[in-house]
Ligand binder design. Structure first.
Ligand code: NDP
Ligand code: ZN
Length: 180
């Protein structure tokens, strides 16, 4: 029912807020990290026109295993197998070196499920907008440029998934190329 779904969404936002509570974004203002997963879910809902609760819940949890002490078992127990499997799909293997993880995101993008691709698109859209807003602490212009290039490669693997999100990403890539 509607009431049950609303209850699960609120439980999920609360769970994520508690888990990410000590984490900050890389900007000068040290924005609370939870703004990011909530913002990714918001992009999917408001701009992607996605109303599948499984996608919204997985978006709220998309960085929680990568960045906090949360386990997949916990996700599965709290939010079910389908959500857990999507979170698995969008979680990098932290046992691998950073450069390898970034390469794998490009190589694996097109093989992911439709729901995982939606989250990848919204995640990249949020992070690129964040980069346009403010350069993270300690980043050179070169590093920002590299990040745009890498993001475009990942997004290219996720194409044919959501027209609005891909159009918004293309606006950003076009602005970027005009600038370079
Ligand atoms: P990181 O992966 O370390 O940082 C980018 C990630 O940080 C984003 O994907 C996002 O991930 C998160 N994030 C947090 N705050 C912000 C914010 N305000 N704006 C945007 N993103 C934010 O950086 P890189 O992608 O650069 O990865 C490191 C790689 O960079 C290494 O492989 C290394 O080779 C290279 N490197 C390059 C340098 C250069 O000058 N060219 C210098 C140093 C390293 P999330 O969605 O998970 O929150
Ligand atoms: Zn993210």
């Amino acid at each position: 029912t509607n009431a049950e779904l609303l209850s699960i969404i609120i439980k999920c936002v609360n769970f994520a807020a508690i888990k990410h509570k000590d984490q900050r974004r890389k900007d000068e203002q040290e924005t609370p990290y939870i703004n990011h997963p909530i913002g990714v879910a918001n992009i999917l809902s408001q701009e992607g026109n996605i109303h599948d609760p499984v996608v919204i819940i997985a978006a709220l949890l998309h960085d929680i295993v990568e960045d906090t002490n949360t386990t997949f078992e916990e996700i599965e127990n709290q939010f079910g197998t389908e959500v857990c499997n999507i979170v698995k799909e969008v979680t990098d293997d932290k046992s691998l070196p950073k450069a390898e993880r970034k390469k794998l995101q490009i190589q694996n993008a097109s093989k992911k499920s439709h729901k995982a691709k939606l989250i990848n698109l919204a995640d990249k859209l949020y992070n690129l907008r964040d980069l346009q807003r403010a350069i993270p602490v300690g980043w050179s212009q070169d590093r920002v440029k590299e990040y745009f290039k890498w993001s475009k490669a990942v997004v290219d693997g996720c194409r044919g998934t959501n027209f609005s999100l891909e159009r918004e990403l293309d606006v950003i890539f076009a602005e970027r190329i005009a600038q370079d």
